[in-house]
Design a protein around this ligand. Structure first.
Ligand SMILES: Cc1cc2nc3c(=O)[nH]c(=O)nc-3n(C[C@H](O)[C@H](O)[C@H](O)COP(=O)(O)OP(=O)(O)OC[C@H]3O[C@@H](n4cnc5c(N)ncnc54)[C@H](O)[C@@H]3O)c2cc1C
Length: 390
């Protein structure tokens, strides 16, 4: 039987960053990442839009994302001169009608108190700053002046993974099919191949598979997949100002942003509209019926566009409160969670990996106090809602 001090299930951004920071913080024991898809195509990370923002309603989320931006801005110091994830620091712009303004203002106050570099724009300030925007019906918007934008998510995860492997972490290709728990300790995992791996600690970084992995240890975790579509379109009439647009979210939840010389957009469904089939098919009617008309109303230049691509991804969705669950299980203390990011885990992966490493190496959080994100709130059924889920 193979034996590792720490087994991390999942080699996306969270698992890779956890492995990397364990070694960076001086963990001398053996670490393995077990990953079922080493093409990295089906996980959330590669299918993410790569956005980084500070516009959250929960202080911990702002801190986690600011850490991620810090990594992106010091990439070459961390990973060497060749490191590049194509950071476009073009900001986020979250728009509101008069009815939505109180929440936007409330969130903005939380963001400013937690060090975000955002500004509230009201009425005519919006089209003055963003001439491509039809501001009719809008009362204002919150715009990130710095520290917000987007990166290539695959490249960011790959940097962490390569650096972790270079520091002695082992990558095992295989699917964890069973978890053995002896009382309040996880003792081993069994792969679909039948191979067993003994572990001193188990880290759940399984993305959309996190709920299933926890269940294999007899532990409930309300994290599972939610299907999301992203559409890529060309807009021949786009002005330079539009190509420099922030990731913009209109009050109904439709978002768009530039992607190279094209644009991407999407819209999360309402609870009652959630697709129940978790394949990779794109529902093209979603763009036609739910997105395009409203998007073109907001950005008239988008009346003439051509959809040139699309993809499906699965959000790692925490049905309790759309916030991450980070830290050990209160009783099964050698089982650590880093799950349920609900659409913002790419930017929070680096800080989460650092947090997992701090728990293991130092026995507590040193950089960001994530106590409120602990598993205990699942037991108490006490949600800590994030209001800004895109
Ligand atoms: C369409 C879309 C857009 C998004 N946009 C953004 C964004 O703009 N900004 C942002 O911050 N976040 C965004 N996200 C969310 C973000 O991508 C995820 O929160 C983040 O990538 C989660 O990382 P992870 O490492 O936990 O999960 P993953 O990348 O999914 O990694 C988990 C890995 O675990 C493996 N695994 C699962 N179960 C097992 C098992 N039993 N055995 C072995 N391996 C297993 C999987 O194969 C997978 O590779 C988006 C997600 C989607 C789908």
């Amino acid at each position: 039987m193979t034996k590792f001090d720490i087994v991390i299930v999942g080699g996306g951004i969270v698992g890779s960053a956890s492995a990397y920071y364990l070694k960076k913080h001086g963990f001398a024991g053996s670490v393995a990442i077990v990953e079922k898809d080493t093409s990295w195509q089906s996980g959330c990370t590669a299918r993410s839009c790569g956005g980084l923002r500070q516009q959250f309603s929960t202080p911990e989320n702002i801190a986690l994302s600011k850490f991620g931006v810090g990594v992106v801005k010091t990439l070459k110091e961390e990973f060497g001169p060749e490191a590049d994830v194509g950071f476009r620091e073009q900001g986020y712009l979250i728009l509101a009608t008069a009815g939505g303004m109180p929440i936007l203002e409330e969130n903005h106050a939380v963001q400013i108190a937690n060090g975000a570099d955002n500004v509230l724009l009201r009425g005519a300030e919006l089209p003055a700053r963003f001439p491509w925007l039809n501001a009719e019906g809008l009362a204002g918007g919150c715009f990130g002046l710095s520290g917000e934008g987007w990166v290539d998510p695959y490249s960011l995860a790959a940097l962490f993974r390569k650096a972790a492997l270079a520091r002695g972490v082992t990558l095992i290709q295989g699917e964890v099919a069973a978890v053995t728990r002896a009382g309040n300790r996880i003792s081993e995992v069994m792969l679909a191949s039948g191979e067993t791996i003994s572990c001193g600690m188990l880290v759940n970084a399984a993305g959309t598979g996190a709920g299933r992995l926890a269940e294999q240890a007899g532990i409930p975790l309300p994290v599972g997949p939610r299907k999301r579509y992203v559409f890529v379109f060309d807009c021949p009439g786009a002005t330079e100002a539009l190509h420099k647009a922030p990731l913009t979210v209109e009050p109904g939840g439709i978002y768009f942003r530039p992607e190279g010389r094209n644009f991407i957009c999407g819209l999360s469904p309402e609870e009652h509209e959630e697709p129940q089939v978790f394949d990779w098919e794109v529902d093209h009617a979603w763009f036609e019926e739910r997105i395009w008309e409203r998007l073109a109303e907001r950005v008239p230049l988008f009346e003439a566009i051509k959809v040139i691509g699309s993809w499906t991804g699965h959000y790692d969705y925490n049905a309790l409160d759309q916030n991450a669950v980070i830290g050990p299980h209160p009783e099964v203390k050698n089982f650590l969670f880093a799950n349920g990011y609900s659409g913002h885990g790419l930017q929070q992966g680096p800080a989460s990996g650092n947090a997992i490493a701090e728990l293991v190496v130092h026995g507590g959080y040193r950089t960001i106090d994530l106590t409120r994100f602990g598993y205990e709130r699942i037991v108490r059924n006490a949600p800590l809602f994030e209001k800004n889920v895109i």
